[in-house]
Design a protein around this ligand. Sequence first.
Ligand code: ZN
Length: 274
Amino acid sequence: MQSKRYTLFFFMTIAILTLLLAAGTYSPVEAGSKQGNGHGKEQGKGHGGGRHWTYEGETGPAHWGELSPDYAACSKGKRQSPVDIANPVEAELPALKFNYKKSRELAVLNNGHAIQVNASKGNTLKAGKSEFELLQFHFHSPSEHTLNGKHYAMEVHFVHKDGAGNLAVVGAFIEEGKHNAAYDKIWRHMPKEAGKKKILLTSYNTPELLPKNKDYYRYPGSLTTPPCTESVTWLVLKTPIQLSKKQIDEYRAVLNHTNRPVQPLNNRLILEKD
Ligand SMILES: [Zn+2]
């Protein structure tokens, strides 16, 4: 009788301890997975992660769809990016309201496909009723989108996400012109080796990375890298950014020919806000 009571007490204690432990570990796991669904995962989605792919040869853009079932949209998708921007249709589109802040930390990463800058929290973009948060921005050389069939020297993509997981990528063309001091700090700390990341506790001015005029083209598209997910609203700014020839050459010395060819528009319209 006595021993039975002790056994019961023993098991109840174990049960209570287990419950307490479960409660204790629950919140960090939850916090961790939330973080994973936000920043980290999307950055991985944009570039890198998953099966190895490249911009040429047997693992190049023409074969992305065959490399993994996860990349099927790259070959089977009907709203893929980039596209040639030609014959846009004028429309009453909302103005883009960028609320980018001065950042105190600079995280520059070479993911093997692009130089990527991971954004700190609190940089937002409003387009009409939708509000997005900036996750990261990265570069392509030459440009991925073309304008009437013509490439620009480079293109920068500012990747944003809203609370429901929808992506809005702001693309800005880069043309050869004046030296652009806003990009100096990023350029100075570009890791030359794939997989390398530099985190600097230095301030840099995120709003100055964008052109002053924010008029844009809009169309429904995809990520331009595997898995080519078709959940992206593309907002391509009409006004290019200028970088000097030296700056463009410096980027190309690290990464060049990092553009996916333009994809069929199919039945999509490109709208134009002016
Ligand atoms: Zn991109």
